[in-house]
Design a protein. Structure first.
Length: 364
């Protein structure tokens, strides 16, 4: 019994020593991926090509070199992050000012520099860098090491990029994509054949996870549709086909309209009419979305039909004569936002018509 106890004690001691040695090593060794070539740059992905990776939470999908260093000269408020784009000269000056090692010597590159304050307890990793129109988001993930001291200092993350490729940059939270992915809320599909017809409907999703359907989707929907839109499947009657999903990519607001919360109802009536929805379809849309929007000081609203169709395909058999798909993205705002207006075309409903609407709230 005593021998077993001694053996267990030594196992515990060795385990503690191993953990402590790991902490010492991680304090000394640089955290970032070091480039094998000082002229290598991070291959920034375009917004259109971005896709979700299930390994995001493990921080193993970074696609290029970056450097992470500890700096006691970073004195931002605790647990804050900032980012800027620097040319080579500014990067060298930053290294000297923050008293960090100058890892890169490529004078023909620009450098994204993120400063993350939070002490040595927090380890930062670059997950990805996404760009659109020379504006980039650096997605960082962090892990907390409870054995490190809570000293008042921070980290500087340096990412070499192609010169002139990025003009503005901000920091995004990778965990927000991992655990708070944007929801594609209540898309519903109406079917209006010219005569009673058996219709098959299939969703073709790219970079999304189907979360809920009614009736049950299985490998697709097969229903009997009447001209007034009434649907029948497996002995039940339905007004429409319902589905919801989680998008594995971020929606953006490049164009649209900023509307006061109190004016949202009138705005939606006007826009949905312009988009080709009937009074009944508008009623379903507005009674779902208005309670979420009317009490906001402002709503920045965009109908992103092209981007929506790029990621969410819809196959209907027999082939409809008219397909109307309406997808609204919006973001609540405390202040009025000046945004580029969007152009909306009004469709003509003829023959066998399929109508779908849905939406997404942007919270980032």
């Amino acid at each position: 019994m005593k021998k077993a106890f001694k053996r267990l004690k030594w196992i515990l001691v060795l385990a503690i020593v191993g953990v402590l040695m790991h902490q010492v090593i991680t304090l000394v060794l640089p955290e970032g991926r070091k480039t094998k070539n000082d002229y290598e740059v991070y291959p920034i992905e375009s917004r259109e090509d971005w896709f979700y990776n299930s390994h995001l939470k493990y921080g193993k999908i970074n696609k290029g070199p970056y450097d992470v260093q500890y700096s006691p000269e970073i004195k931002e408020p605790y647990n804050t992050m900032s980012a800027t784009v620097m040319d080579y000269e500014a990067y060298c000056e930053m290294c000297e000012k923050l008293e960090v090692r100058q890892t890169y010597i490529n004078s023909d590159a620009d450098y994204i520099v993120c400063q993350a304050y939070g002490g040595q307890k927090i380890r930062w990793d670059v997950v990805n860098v996404i760009a659109r129109d020379k504006a980039a988001v650096v997605y960082l993930k962090y892990t907390v090491n409870v054995l490190r001291g809570k000293d008042k200092a921070g980290r500087v993350i340096i990412i070499p990029i192609e010169k002139g490729s990025i003009e503005s940059v901000r920091v995004g939270d990778a965990y927000r994509f991992e655990f708070g992915r944007p929801a594609v809320d209540k898309p519903v599909i109406y079917l209006y054949p010219e005569e009673e017809t058996e219709v098959s409907v299939n969703l073709e999703m790219k970079d999304a996870i189907l979360k809920c359907t009614y009736p049950e989707y299985k490998t697709g929907w097969k229903v009997i549709a009447k001209p007034d839109g009434t649907l029948y499947a497996e002995g039940r009657e339905y007004n429409y086909l319902f589905w919801e999903a989680e998008a594995l990519f971020p929606f953006t607001l490049q164009s649209g309209t900023c509307v006061a919360g109190k004016d949202t109802c009138k705005f939606l009536e006007e826009k949905l009419t312009q988009l080709g929805l009937s009074d009944k379809e508008q009623d379903d849309f507005i009674t779902y979305w208005l309670p979420k929007m009317q009490d906001n000081p402002y709503n920045v609203i965009s109908f992103q039909i092209d981007e929506y169709e790029e990621h969410f395909g819809l196959e209907v058999t027999p082939k409809p004569d008219t397909i109307i798909r309406v997808f609204m993205t919006y973001k609540a705002s405390e202040v009025y936002v000046d945004i580029e207006p969007e152009e909306i075309a009004t469709p003509v409903r003829t023959g066998f018509t399929v109508v779908e609407w849905g939406g997404c709230e942007i919270t980032e």
